[in-house]
Design a protein around this ligand. Sequence first.
Ligand code: B12
Length: 218
Amino acid sequence: MKTDNNDQHLIHLLADLEEDAVLELVQKRIAAGDDLMQILEECNEGMQIVGKRYEQGEYYIAGLIMSGEIFREVVEIIQPLLVKTADKKSSGRILVGTVAGDIHDIGKNMLGMLLTCYGFTVIDLGVDVPPAEFAAKAVENKPDIVGLSGLITASFEPMKETVSMLRAEAAKNKLSFPILIGGGMIDEQVSQYVGADYWLKDAMAGVRLCQKLLVKPQ
Ligand code: B12
């Protein structure tokens, strides 16, 4: 029942903020047995178009908020189904949060949701998390991996501070965890500047990396 036309249809319905139609099509696609990750990825593509329309002045903040709400509703439908089907073999504790000065959380929530679906325990510190709080929570929870999210240019400096505090506290408390960063504007240059171990452009790549990093020798 899935066709390319159908894929484009979902992307554009989300981009056009057609809430009811998006949810109806998502339910139909699930009933038809479509791949759940594919459905999420198409919705993510729709979100990218919303971002572009905002940049071009076609949408205002209300449009951004609406798109976030639709995406959250789609996730609510899909998450329980993904939890049932995901491979639960991988496990580990992942501490995530959006760094100080930044309140964007849709991408971080998507990462957290996917990690949970794939059997990881996620400790989510929320948004606008000060570096000292990140470091204290790392000491308290002893995560296997830490993931920082940042969507705005102004979040790079706090991200750098967070990485450096995390490393200092880890050394003091004999902890060891790789630090991943992600978000729309993150690239190799930003990663080097903030001193992260890895940077990723999308949440699913983050899940795959966590699985790879936590493979225990047999
Ligand atoms: C929705 C949105 C908002 C919503 C946020 C709602 C929410 N609850 O998050 C609202 C309306 C609140 C908002 C506010 C603002 N926003 Co805004 N927003 C966006 C928008 C359109 C989409 C972001 C989004 O959710 N995308 C969908 C998700 C799924 O994608 P994502 O976050 O990139 O995450 C994916 C990956 O990056 C990755 N990922 C993310 N984090 C991590 C972490 C790890 C460890 C890993 C592995 C992966 C990973 O996984 C996700 C899925 O693959 C972007 C434009 C864009 N195209 O990105 C602008 C954008 C980020 N916003 C922008 C701006 C400027 C603002 C404001 C300053 C606007 C204002 N004047 O007030 C404020 C910020 C206030 C603050 N202090 O944070 C700019 C930033 C530009 C810059 N250079 O700094 C952008 C780029 C728009 C633009 N071009 O102007 N925004």
